[in-house]
Design a protein around this ligand. Structure first.
Ligand code: FAD
Length: 390
């Protein structure tokens, strides 16, 4: 029996095309068959289920909006959003793997790469033969990536890359790393660094309490010789990484609503079955308040995401709108996970249910791709015209 019922309080399905519904259905079935049965075990062991890479490739979850001729899905942004929603309903770590591959690795190669780079990398990244990662954050530069110190110098037909990146999703398993580093003029450039290049290592980050089924690592560059043909020719400055982040954050906005839906659905079912004081706990006003607020927030976020998807499709969405949706989605998912856990009582703290795992995962999602504070400052700057970052 299908345990999950998608909350659709405002009949939003009527706004979706048949293709979009089909995409959602196929990812939902995949999550049910391949992710839900294994994810708790991998998260508890803090292991990355590496088999998902080929599976996600086959399913079309890598680069769904990249044109078909480069191995992408040629789909619209609402389909992409629905994919991320369904994946994150399974686990934020699995969604992270897909977000990084599609929006942070394939997108920059597609948008800013040479034709040779596109042909060499995109098809293999799309089908999951190669896994990629995105190196922007450094040990001393997180929210302020413009101050990065990773840099390269010219050496004829190649450049010499030095520096280190931290908190990099997929890094320990990645064959390809899109790395942002400064050139001799101090301009940020994108480089494609490949596993096996001498002086390049990607050690695993241990002891995370969050995103445990996603492999996070460092990227260390010790005089790495990178051929000049691996530099992305068509972008300079922070616009490069930031435009990728806009795409990934868009996917996160949808994804976290998936995690929130799963928490709500689990708590709602439990509230109808758990009897205390001779009646289902769902019959008590305090529990109803929690559930009513959850479905209200989920519905508002679904509407925001759908509208944002339309604006993305029309190329009218602003990065500031994406920030608002990412921030709001994380906010409601974090509080829904917490309330849902309380509805479950003691049962809510075990791996028997997905809620505590979602709750811990969201602690990363609320921080990466721009922290909650940073997105608030982006909205603040957008509406006032004043920069409060510095
Ligand atoms: P800091 O920037 O040091 O921030 C610390 C605190 O200060 C935060 O609360 C922040 O909001 C606040 N703060 C900072 N500046 C201001 C300001 N101007 N005003 C007010 N408050 C401020 N990065 C990648 O490049 N690639 C990845 O694949 C990737 N994956 C990640 C996976 C995980 C599991 C995690 C946890 C992180 C990942 N990151 C990745 C890094 C992530 O994007 C950074 O952690 C994030 O940008 C914040 O940087 P920081 O951790 O250095 O925190």
């Amino acid at each position: 029996t299908d345990l999950f019922t998608s909350p659709d309080y405002f009949l939003l399905d009527e706004l979706l095309t048949d293709e979009q519904k089909l995409v959602r259905e196929s990812v939902r079935n995949y999550v049910k068959k391949e992710i839900s049965p294994i994810i708790e075990d991998f998260a508890q062991k803090a292991e990355f289920p590496e088999q998902v890479v080929l599976q996600l490739g086959e399913l079309g979850c890598f680069g769904p909006t990249i044109p078909v001729e480069y191995g992408g899905g040629g789909l619209d942004y609402i389909s992409y959003g629905l994919m991320m929603q369904e994946l994150e309903r399974g686990d934020s770590g699995i969604r992270s793997t897909a977000s990084v591959q599609g929006s942070l690795v394939m997108y920059p190669i597609y948008e800013y790469g040479s034709e040779d780079q596109r042909r060499k990398y995109l098809p293999k990244l799309a089908n999951g033969e190669w896994l990629g990662c995105f190196g922007l954050t450094e040990p001393d530069h997180g929210s302020d990536p413009g101050s990065m110190t990773t840099h390269f110098t010219d050496a004829g037909d190649h450049v010499i890359l030095n520096g280190a990146k931290m908190w990099i999703s997929n890094a320990p398993y990645a064959k390809v790393a899109v790395v942002w580093a400064k050139d001799e003029q101090g301009e940020v450039r994108g480089l494609i660094v490949e596993r096996g290049m001498k002086g390049f290592t990607a050690p695993l980050t241990h002891n995370k309490w969050s995103l445990r089924a996603s492999a996070t690592g460092e990227l260390v560059f010790d005089n790495v010789k990178v051929p000049k043909e691996n530099i992305l020719p068509n972008v300079k400055g922070l616009k490069g990484p930031l435009s990728c982040l806009t795409r990934a954050r868009y996917g996160i906005a949808w994804g976290v609503v998936g995690a929130a839906m799963d928490c709500y659905d689990t708590a709602l079912r439990y509230s109808k079955e758990r009897i205390q004081f001779d009646k289902p706990i769902g019959g008590f006003q305090l529990q109803q308040k929690k559930l009513a607020e959850m479905i209200t927030e989920i519905t508002k976020a679904q509407l925001l995401n759908w509208r944002l998807g339309v604006l993305m499709n029309d190329e009218k969405a602003t990065p500031q709108q994406v920030s608002m949706a990412k921030r709001n989605g994380c906010e409601i998912a974090a509080s829904i996970a917490r309330e849902a856990r309380q509805i479950m009582g003691g049962a809510g703290i075990t791996g028997e249910y997905s809620i505590m795992r979602h709750m811990m995962n969201i602690e990363s999602v609320i921080t990466y791709e721009g922290t909650h504070d940073i997105h608030l400052l982006i909205t603040g700057m957008d509406v006032t015209g004043f920069n409060a970052f510095k």
